[in-house]
Ligand binder design. Structure first.
Ligand code: SF4
Ligand code: SF4
Length: 139
């Protein structure tokens, strides 16, 4: 999916008692990494605070910004009539509200650079980037 996948709070039955879980991040689809430059780019993302990467059940890779919507007020939407369309449509038929299922929306989750590196190592992927000038490993 190439659009925002951040889940959004509404006040339909079932949301009461939730901590506005789906209003606390933004997720954007990114290309599946296929070369050392791609892996290194993902490592760079994960070196930043509050940035996660996940792989969903379709094998799509997502860049997640763990940041609260400014409209959250006491775990509810503080501007409900004006909430964006994506908020109104969530969860769509192909989305999972994580507060209403035991299933996770992802198959893999990387919350820091080490978790990604371990994943790539486990897959036998040679992700280590060498400097063209010196041959020195950059990591
Ligand atoms: S995570 Fe689910 S239950 Fe919680 S606010 Fe969003 S849609 Fe409602
Ligand atoms: S606008 Fe409202 S429903 Fe949408 S993410 Fe923000 S708090 Fe949630």
């Amino acid at each position: 999916m190439n659009s925002n996948k951040s889940g959004k709070l509404n006040k339909v039955e079932g949301c009461s008692g939730c901590d506005a879980h789906c209003c606390r991040h933004v997720a954007l689809a990114i290309d599946k990494p296929s070369c050392k430059r791609d892996y290194d780019q993902l490592r760079w993302y994960l070196l930043h605070k509050n940035i996660w990467i996940s792989i969903d059940h379709e094998g799509d890779w997502l860049l997640e910004f763990r940041t609260d919507c400014i409209n959250i007020e006491e775990n509810h939407c503080g501007d409900y009539p004006n909430r964006p369309r994506i908020c109104r449509e969530y969860p769509s038929a192909d989305q999972i509200c994580e507060r209403r299922t035991e299933l996770k929306s992802y198959t893999h989750l990387f919350t820091n650079v080490r978790e990604l590196e371990d994943y790539l190592d486990d897959k036998g992927i040679d992700w280590r980037w060498k400097s063209a000038e010196s041959g020195r490993l950059l990591n």
